[in-house]
Design a protein around this ligand. Structure first.
Ligand code: AMP
Length: 289
């Protein structure tokens, strides 16, 4: 076990530890992950450490958010390596529940966050956001933190979880963290491991297309449909095989934004490159990561 990091698998154990911290007046932050930890996850752990006295990271590859035929079994798993990285970023506890702890025999509850889950990735991954909302609601109840940190990299997921916490009065503050990128703009993702060397070269085109789209969308007299079409063409021209969507939406409702486009908008895309389905998004107009 890495120095300073405790690893727990049972709900009673994590609850006891968190209740003890809270009884001592310490605030507790949670960073849910599916493992295959990279610098994007570590940015969340660091933010959580800056914003709370103790940090719990959870590691659970959630079967409910993968549709049949998606990469659940291929998803990279390395608890020992992940624990060392989480410790290095200031994590205090790694909660790694087994599948049957999260979904015991007879589990039959689902949490569904209506309209926000339907468009964008929701239209291409049926059941995905219900799986995400269900596991996040469950993890928040298992750990009972004061706050939880999520990446803007998964922008639709972040908005779904914000809504979930508000709608169900979960009593947890939900914080978003800007996307961590490679030097060439590619958003860090566990799925980047699926890319060949050639595909890795092509991958930053997704971010470049979104930055160009976000710039064009706010230009006076912008033709949004045309700008979206050009973004799709540039992604395909770079070597992606298929674009699931490119969209400019209201960042709160995730409904298509109406021109004139202003700062309430967000540009998002998902596209296939070899075996990897890559997603990305940027603020409109583009600023920071
Ligand atoms: P995952 O393990 O892919 O489910 O991601 C766990 C958390 O890390 C989610 O809140 C993601 O949004 C966040 N995350 C993943 N990649 C990045 C990134 N490149 N930058 C910031 N956060 C990220």
């Amino acid at each position: 076990m890495p120095p300073g990091l405790e690893i727990l698998h049972a709900t009673e154990d994590v609850r006891r530890r968190v209740a003890g911290w809270r009884a001592d007046g310490l605030s507790v932050g949670l960073v849910p992950t599916m493992g295959a930890i990279h610098d994007g996850h570590l940015a969340l752990v660091r933010e959580a450490a800056a914003g709370s006295d103790r940090v719990v990271a959870s590691l659970f590859v959630n079967p409910k958010q993968f549709a049949p035929g998606e990469d659940f079994s291929a998803y990279p798993r390395d608890e020992v390596g992940d624990a060392a990285l989480i410790a290095s970023a200031g994590g205090d506890l790694l909660f790694a529940p087994p599948g049957e702890t999260v979904y015991p025999e007879g589990f039959s509850t689902a949490v569904s966050v209506g309209a926000l889950s339907e468009g964008l990735c929701g239209a291409f991954r049926p059941g995905h956001f219900e799986g995400v909302a269900t596991v996040v609601a469950k993890l928040l109840n298992m750990v009972r933190p004061d706050a939880a940190w999520f990446g803007e990299k998964d922008f639709q997921q972040l908005q779904v979880i914000r809504r979930l916490a508000r709608d169900l009065d979960l009593g947890v503050a939900v914080h978003g963290v800007p996307t961590v990128r490679e030097a060439d703009g590619l958003a860090l993702s566990s799925r980047n491991a699926y890319l060949s060397a050639e595909e890795r070269e092509a991958a930053p085109a997704l971010h470049r297309a979104l930055v160009a789209l976000a710039e064009r969308a706010v230009a006076p007299g912008a033709d949004l449909a045309r700008a979206i079409g050009e973004a799709e063409r540039s992604i395909l021209a770079a070597g992606f095989q298929r674009v699931d969507y490119v969209a400019v939406v209201d960042r709160e409702t995730l409904r298509p934004a109406d021109p004139p486009i202003g700062e309430e908008a967000r540009a998002l895309a998902a596209a296939w490159l070899g075996k990897a389905r890559l997603i990305d998004n940027v603020a409109v107009p583009p600023r920071g990561p």
